[in-house]
Design a protein around this ligand. Structure first.
Ligand SMILES: [Fe+2]
Length: 270
């Protein structure tokens, strides 16, 4: 009985011990996977790195870092992107990895619930926080932001214009190219959505410039002031949005206005 009471009162994670167990699990279970080898393993490390830079309070930092390591864990065993959240929950909770990471933890424990909700909601477009405690919401915000920070600060700026547009199609059905970006226009609806400080529904994206705007607008979804600070200090979005030398003066003017709008958002204190 005493053990049960103690184990429901965990508030802290012993990160070094948990990571040692996790690394062993990865070594024993990882399968050959193109997605993992090319993208996800480095992404997971960077997300954990961002969490360490986000100024998370001491009592929550080890837990936040552990969640970062776990959020995309499923890619170590499968390339199935669509089901990676479900698969991660299955590995960590249904298969019981959580009991090796944090010995004596129980499902009713606060930490157990936080890890479960953070993994479950890390990629949701919209998250309903109504049934979450403050601490659960904090960890959902941390992992979501760190996941986005990697995209905004590393992945998009580090990929060539050609590679970013290659899989996107124009209205003529052909793959978009660098020339489509340089000589293109921003659709009115995409422009006005960006200027209102909102993320952009891909259903309204038509041109190469629209994609550029939509990827940049991803930052409007950052939830924590520390995440905005990291993006602001990196100057990643500013340089991403300045990558094209646009031939159309209206496109140039619109991009300048959007860069200023984004700077304003990143400066805002919540
Ligand atoms: Fe991720």
């Amino acid at each position: 009985m005493r053990n049960t009471q103690q184990s429901t009162q965990f508030t802290y994670v012993h990160l070094d011990a948990a990571l040692a167990v996790l690394m062993r699990w990865i070594e024993e279970n990882r399968k050959e996977s193109d997605l993992l080898n090319n993208i996800k393993e480095a992404h997971i490390r960077r997300v954990a790195g961002f969490v360490c830079e986000m100024g998370v309070a001491e009592e929550d930092a080890p837990l936040a870092e552990l969640i970062a390591w776990l959020h995309d864990l499923a890619f170590y065993v499968s390339d199935d992107e669509e089901n990676h959240v479900h698969n991660a929950l299955e590995i960590v909770f249904d298969q019981g990895l959580i009991y090796d990471l944090i010995p004596a933890i129980l499902p009713k424990n606060e930490i157990y619930k936080i890890i479960r909700k953070a993994i479950k909601h890390h990629g949701d477009l919209l998250v309903d926080r109504a049934d979450m405690t403050e601490r659960e919401w904090l960890h959902v915000c941390i992992v979501r932001d760190a996941d986005k920070l990697d995209n905004l600060v590393h992945v998009k700026p580090g990929t060539s214009i050609e590679d970013l547009l290659r899989h996107k199609k124009g209205t003529d059905g052909k793959s978009l190219t660098e020339a489509d970006l340089i000589h293109g226009v921003v659709s009115d609806e995409v422009y006005s959505t960006f200027m209102s400080g909102s993320t952009i529904n891909y259903a309204i994206v038509k041109t190469a410039c629209d994609w550029w705007v939509a990827w940049s607008a991803y930052a409007f979804d950052l939830l924590l002031p520390e995440s905005k600070r990291l993006v602001r200090e990196s100057r990643a979005i500013r340089s991403f949005m300045s990558r094209g030398e646009f031939s159309d003066p209206k496109t140039s003017t619109r991009f300048a206005a959007m860069i200023a709008r984004m700077d304003g958002f990143l400066e805002e204190q919540d």
